[in-house]
Design a protein around this ligand. Structure first.
Ligand SMILES: Cc1cc2nc3c(=O)[nH]c(=O)nc-3n(C[C@H](O)[C@H](O)[C@H](O)COP(=O)(O)OP(=O)(O)OC[C@H]3O[C@@H](n4cnc5c(N)ncnc54)[C@H](O)[C@@H]3O)c2cc1C
Length: 378
């Protein structure tokens, strides 16, 4: 058995943000990430102004990575389209690029980053066993496995099965009509049981993500069949899909929207989606991941492993309002009875959308300023 002071399991935005913060303070945390190189992630790729602010403070310049500016939100249903300005500039960036940049920044800051290393189980509170059989005991365990459960520290099973949602992601090849339609814009196509999100990302392709209730997916028979159904229901979405060729889909099941960890085990800090899962149409999961990673690391540096309980309770309180508002918006947009009136209301009072966008942010206005970016980049 090997001992270490701070062990971070998972190298998504949450784990990397914690690793950068700890390493910058002079402690050399160990981060274990099961993927061995750049990979696609089920995500819309939308970086809100709050996420951009935290990234900037972590020394990661999203614009230098090729992020595309986003200034408008376009909501689309079968019959209506509503467009509004976002309160601040946001960005579209692929997770393949973002996650690698964050892991690189963590290693550069002095964290020990190990790729291709999967943790199999947590045995006892701060002891883990790797797939290789090796055991590691840590003073503090930072759990950042995202939507994946780690045996021994998993979320209660009923949390995931209460409202089963499946997420998908693919890319549409760069095409001029798609580039023009999505110029500085994020599009959310709303349908019964879910939504499809589209934005331009760093390599010029369009990121297409779909969040759908498992029941609806099962009725359709699969993602390809669902997309075919949606294409006949949603003419604007059909137009977008016709412009580009879909690549391979990546999927994640059991997304527990609205869940948050109100407490934790001694010495175990739960970060990112292991701390709070916001309905993805709010586009704030990455900001929550980054922010929880930074705050957990700061709590560990200040209070030691015993600070885990207070950190978890306080982060859970902070996440409560954005999560509740995002869940309400999700329910309203996924149900035919409320979707029509909601779209009509937004059309009449378009300034409501930026207010909703502000209220679903985890980091307040003080932490989110517009970031300078190279002029003219589309
Ligand atoms: C359909 C959909 C669309 C979304 N769109 C957006 C969006 O546009 N904007 C936004 O802000 N948020 C969005 N989100 C939410 C966002 O993707 C998540 O909130 C965010 O990725 C959480 O980050 P994380 O670091 O907690 O977890 P993750 O990003 O899931 O990272 C976890 C990491 O841990 C690793 N890991 C897992 N288990 C182990 C193990 N046992 N051992 C070692 N490593 C392990 C994984 O390989 C992964 O790299 C979306 C979510 C969905 C489902």
């Amino acid at each position: 058995m090997r001992r270490t002071s701070a062990l971070i399991v998972g190298g998504g935005p949450a784990g990397s943000a914690a690793a950068i913060t700890l390493a910058r303070a002079g402690s050399a945390p160990e981060l274990l990430e099961r993927t061995s190189g750049p990979h696609d992630v089920v995500c819309g790729g939308f970086l809100g102004w709050d996420a951009l602010g935290v990234l900037d403070r972590l020394g990661v310049d999203a614009w230098a990575l090729g992020a595309r500016p986003i200034e408008r939100l376009r909501l689309v249903s079968a019959k209506r389209m509503v467009e509004t300005r976002l309160p601040h500039r946001a960005a579209g960036l692929s997770r393949r690029t973002l996650d690698e940049a964050l892991l690189g920044a963590a290693a550069a800051a002095g964290a020990v980053v190990k790729r291709g290393v999967a943790v199999k189980t947590a045995e006892g509170l701060r002891r883990v066993r790797l797939d290789s059989g090796e055991e590691i005991e840590a003073d503090a365990l930072l759990l950042a496995t995202g939507k994946h459960e780690l045996r021994g520290l998993a979320r209660p099973r009923e949390v995931v099965s209460a409202d089963p949602v499946v997420g998908f992601r693919t890319a549409l090849a760069p095409a001029r009509p798609l580039q023009e339609a999505l110029y500085r814009t994020i599009e959310l196509h709303l349908f019964e049981g879910g939504y499809a999100g589209l934005l331009l990302q760093d390599d010029g392709s369009a990121n297409l993500c779909v969040s759908v209730a498992r029941q609806r997916l099962n009725r359709a028979g699969g993602i390809e069949e669902l997309v075919a159904e949606l294409s006949s229901e949603l003419p604007w979405l059909a137009g977008r899909l016709g412009d580009g060729r879909a690549g391979a889909w990546v999927a994640i099941a059991g997304v527990p929207y609205g869940w948050r960890a109100r407490s934790t085990e001694p010495g175990v800090f739960r970060l990112g989606d292991q701390a709070a899962v916001i309905a993805s149409l709010a586009g704030d999961g990455i900001a929550i991941a980054l922010s929880s990673g930074v705050q957990a690391a700061e709590a560990l540096l200040r209070d030691g492993p015993e600070g885990a309980g207070d950190f978890q309770a306080s982060f859970s309180r902070r996440a409560a309002r954005p999560l509740a508002i995002a869940s309400t918006l999700r329910r309203a947009s996924e149900n035919a009875l409320s979707r029509g009136p909601m779209m009509a209301l937004l059309r009449a009072l378009p300034w409501l959308a930026p207010i909703a966008a502000r209220l679903t942010r985890i980091v307040g206005e003080e932490g989110s300023r517009d970031q300078a970016h190279p002029p003219g980049r589309g």
